[in-house]
Design a protein around this ligand. Structure first.
Ligand code: HXC
Length: 257
């Protein structure tokens, strides 16, 4: 399938989703959001895909936010629909993805762009990346889950400092406060993210999916995360991967998942 604002490619079990509107610093307009939804669904149903990397085209930006130019004529009802659409994609297709999703933050990750990265399971950033939720400087607040996910990740005080000041922070500062997993030279960013995914692919895919779900449950009000963990733990005991993993350990060989 051809996309207008995204590049989509699968290689060695990794689906690469590249937001490709470099002239607007990869800002997420509605068309891009729709295409993001389509690629995520494609990656989900493709049995060859075991993990997903989301990044931005060019050297300057991951995603500089929602497209502010599209905000100008939005009614209250339309703004609500936009926010809901982003919530659905970020929560159900990224955060709840059974396959690991990693953000490779190659530059500005601002507003909806940082919120996109926050929905991913991990965030790796190039040293030149700048992170922030500048919405209050536009008279708005983060509308793609940022008030919730940033708070969960870095705590209330640091989240409020970033959200209320609208100040940008460096990748190094992001690393220090737990927002970023690792900071890398720009040239090494993609290799490192691929390496992490390959490491995950060497583990039991069934167990990886169960672990993502159990960790996600820790932030949900409708499910008891401890109970989800107990249930998945028990369910994994009847899987082929479990038998293979334990047998490999006991017979001192590498597992073949
Ligand atoms: C639309 C954007 C954009 C955005 C950049 N551009 N960010 N267009 N929406 N979010 C466009 C600029 O208009 C410009 O286009 C081109 O990209 C290059 O940007 P410059 O500003 O010229 O670059 P620079 O001076 O280097 O500054 C980079 C920047 C700045 C600091 C990242 O662009 C910036 O502050 N952008 C806005 C960031 C932001 O506020 N994001 C949050 C949006 S609200 P032209 O055509 O002029 O060359 C949001 C809400 C999410 O995300 C929730 C929704 C429900």
């Amino acid at each position: 399938m051809e996309y207008q604002h995204l590049l989509y490619q699968v290689d060695k079990h990794i689906a690469y989703i590249t937001i490709n509107r470099a002239s607007a610093l990869n800002a997420l307009n509605q068309q891009t959001l729709t295409e993001l939804e389509a690629t995520l669904l494609e990656a989900k149903k493709d049995h060859d895909v075991k993990g997903i990397i989301i990044t931005g085209a060019g050297e300057k930006a991951f995603v500089a936010g929602a497209d502010i130019k599209e905000f100008v004529d939005l009614s209250e009802a339309e703004a609500k629909l936009l926010s809901q659409k982003g919530h659905y994609i970020f929560t159900e297709l990224i955060e709840q993805s059974p396959k690991p999703v990693i953000a490779a933050i190659n530059g500005f990750a601002l507003g909806g762009g940082l919120e996109l990265a926050l929905a991913c399971h991990m965030r790796f950033a190039s040293a030149n990346a700048k992170l922030g939720l500048p919405e209050v400087s536009l008279g708005l607040l983060p509308g793609y889950g940022g008030t919730q996910r940033l708070t969960q990740l870095v705590g209330r005080g640091r989240a409020l400092q970033m959200i209320l000041t609208a100040d940008l922070i460096s990748a190094e500062e992001g690393l220090r406060i737990g927002l970023i997993n690792e900071v890398l030279d720009a040239a090494d960013l993609m290799n490192r993210v691929e390496e992490v995914l390959e490491r995950i692919f060497s583990r039991s895919g069934t167990a990886v999916t169960a672990a993502i779900d159990a960790v996600n449950a820790s932030n949900e009000q409708t499910r008891d995360g401890y109970q989800v963990e107990i249930n998945h733990f028990a369910e994994l005991f009847v899987t082929r991967d479990f038998k293979e993993g334990v047998d490999a350990f006991l017979t001192k060989r590498k597992p073949n998942f």
